[in-house]
Design a protein. Structure first.
Length: 628
């Protein structure tokens, strides 16, 4: 797959090579039904062209019959010798040709759509293989538009190369042969010169338009990126009243798109006009030659009509040559970015000899782990600790100390620069990512849900779970009571990123799907830090249920959530500053103790404020108003 992608991208500017590289999608392996459709579509294509070539002959014969000059006895069947019969035959032949073309298109439709589906699927899979770093830097709106245009470009290239390029070549060759055999060399020479000039001009003009197309695509991507980004941050826009600013940014991008799109249509007008001039000159020369031959008695009026009809028929595929070339070139431009996307290498990949992770007790071991997102700024500087099977170890420390980085490294969203991370003695870099992630459950700080039902979001933890399993997980996460009160119950839609739910409700959904996954190893990455103290206490009881008898790594900001941990590790500047139980760390009066003291004061202040508000709501707060 990787080699094929590189080849396609490298030859993106060469239409013929691109067509060769896309051939596997037009001739799909393992799909004999689609291959037969390609075969039959090709057969009907060739037959249709031979039928089409016969159309001008019936036109010629009908003209000569009306003019009294028809002398085709022994060649044309007797029942066709009448002028009316020849006219009927002429129109019937045209209908047959149109029918064959439509049959060809219908047969090939599933082939083209299958090619689109294959490439869209491979792009989607590739996107999920890319590293977390790529997705943190991506612009979702622009990315979706690149994929959308790319898949459409593939359909354009696949369809037009088979349905238009081949028949056009066949028709040109047949026309040249007929002119050579019937009218001589000079008619062929004029035809070839006209077609060559037409194609040369089309290619030059289309290449000029490609730059305009790229500019239009860039503007389109930029506008779509801004629109999606603004809509995803709808609440932030409202908080700051910046609707007009967002509209102005979007309109500025659309203004660039408008300019480029206008240039595209203007340039198309010049292209079409130039093509018309070239073909008009060629047709004029040939019609003058034929008219002079008629005057000399070398040709009949039917020959004059025949040449004109044949030229008119040739103009249609020639127009398609220009159209097809433009579409293929524009299609190549559209898929250019998608192939660039397919060329992006995944930062984290399975080793060639990677094995399945065999989970035993689920013991974790971090040994001299060193890591940096940027070589100039190391994050972890030789971290070593163990999380024994079935025990809970908490990682605490100031912001930026490297706490959440540990969970990302355990999941292999990134690979460490040195040291090792093992599960039951197996280095996470030596096992497959899929088997590694299947044994780890995560309850993150910021739970993002799919814009689907509560049932779907909980079921996501284990897609093959039964409905009873989902309900049991909701019970364990203490969210079933809330769901029961909803009009649609488990079928309630949670909205974009789960925004219809409160923070506590979203966290309970995250806990429920982790319970459903039933992983032997659990990561709680600041799972309650975004919640108020009261909600945090409720969620904590659900988390205690989840972590019971599981190897648990707790990454916490609020120290009140890790009091019961078997060991607490305090990070500072990427190194372990302190470690021990809650009691021993408080007794040592170090960094942990000072953090605990500050947080207790903050929590007490928050509780006092909540009490005052509750009393105020009940009307019992003395504000010093005069007595009545």
């Amino acid at each position: 797959m990787t080699d094929q992608k590189k080849t396609i991208s490298a030859d993106a500017g060469n239409p013929l090579q691109t067509i060769i590289n896309l051939w596997p999608y037009m001739w799909p392996q393992g799909r004999p039904d689609l291959k037969m459709r390609v075969v039959w579509a090709t057969v009907f294509l060739i037959v249709a062209k031979f039928v089409l070539i016969s159309v001008p002959y019936f036109f010629k014969w009908a003209t000569d019959a009306l003019n009294g000059k028809l002398d085709m006895a022994g060649f044309v069947p007797v029942f066709l010798l009448g002028a009316v019969a020849l006219v009927l035959a002429y129109n019937l032949t045209r209908l047959i040709q149109i029918g064959l073309n439509q049959l060809r298109d219908a047969l090939f439709a599933s082939v083209g759509q299958h090619a689109v589906r294959q490439l869209a699927y491979k792009t989607f899979v590739h996107m999920h293989r890319l590293s977390l770093r790529f997705h943190l830097e991506r612009k979702t709106g622009g990315l979706s538009r690149v994929i959308e245009r790319g898949t459409k470009g593939i359909e354009t290239i696949v369809r037009f190369t088979i349905l238009n390029t081949t028949p056009t070549i066949i028709e040109f060759l047949l026309t040249a042969v007929i002119f050579w055999l019937t009218y001589g060399f000079w008619y062929v020479a004029v035809t070839v010169a006209t077609v060559w000039a037409y194609i040369w001009f089309t290619i030059r003009a289309s290449n000029w338009r490609i730059g305009i197309r790229r500019s239009m695509n860039d503007s389109d991507t930029d506008a779509n990126t801004k629109a999606i980004d603004s809509l995803l941050n709808f609440e932030t826009v409202k908080y700051f009243g910046n609707e007009q600013m967002e509209a102005n940014r979007f309109d500025a991008s659309m203004a660039k798109y408008e300019k480029s799109a206008t240039a595209i249509w203007t340039s198309l007008g010049w292209l079409n006009f130039g093509q018309g001039v070239i073909f008009g000159i060629g047709s004029t020369v040939m019609m003058v030659m034929s008219a002079m031959a008629v005057q000399r008695g070398e040709q009949t009026i039917g020959d004059f009509v025949f040449i004109n009809a044949l030229l008119l028929q040739l103009s249609v595929p020639l127009n398609f040559i220009g159209f097809v070339y433009r579409e293929i070139r524009q299609g190549l431009t559209d898929i250019e970015e998608m192939f660039d996307l397919l060329e992006v290498e995944a930062e984290v990949v399975d080793a060639p000899d990677a094995k399945e992770l065999h989970i035993g007790t689920g013991a974790l071991c971090f040994r001299d782990v060193r890591f940096a997102y940027d070589p100039e700024r190391p994050i972890l500087k030789g971290i070593s600790f163990d999380v024994p099977a079935g025990k809970t170890v908490a990682i605490v420390g100031p912001s930026g100390a490297g706490k959440s980085t540990l969970s990302r490294l355990l999941y292999r969203f990134y690979d460490i620069q040195s040291g090792s991370i093992t599960i039951d003695g197996q280095d996470v870099r030596d096992v497959t990512q899929k088997s590694l992630r299947s044994v780890i459950g995560m309850v993150p700080q910021d739970t993002v849900l799919f814009n689907d039902t509560l049932a779907y979001n909980i079921h996501y933890g284990r897609p093959d779970a039964t409905e009873a399993d989902v309900m049991a997980a909701a019970d364990a996460a203490q969210i079933s009571g809330f769901i029961a009160k909803l009009p649609n119950g488990f079928q309630t839609m949670v909205g974009e990123r789960g925004l219809k739910l409160s923070g506590g409700e979203k966290q309970r959904v995250a806990i429920a799907r982790t319970i459903l996954k039933a992983p032997p190893i659990l990561i709680l990455d600041e799972a309650t830090s975004a919640l108020d103290t009261h909600t945090e206490q409720e969620i904590q009881s659900a988390l205690d249920v989840v972590s019971k008898n599981r190897t648990t790594l707790v990454i916490a900001h609020r120290l009140s959530t890790v009091i019961g941990a078997d060991e607490i590790i305090v990070l500072k500047d990427g190194m372990i500053a302190e470690r021990g139980t809650h009691a021993s760390l408080i007794a040592s009066s170090g960094l942990y103790a000072s953090m605990w003291s500050r947080q207790r004061e903050a929590i007490q202040a928050e509780e006092r404020l909540r009490e005052v508000r509750e009393m105020d709501d009940l009307g019992v707060v003395d504000r010093g108003e005069p007595a009545h």
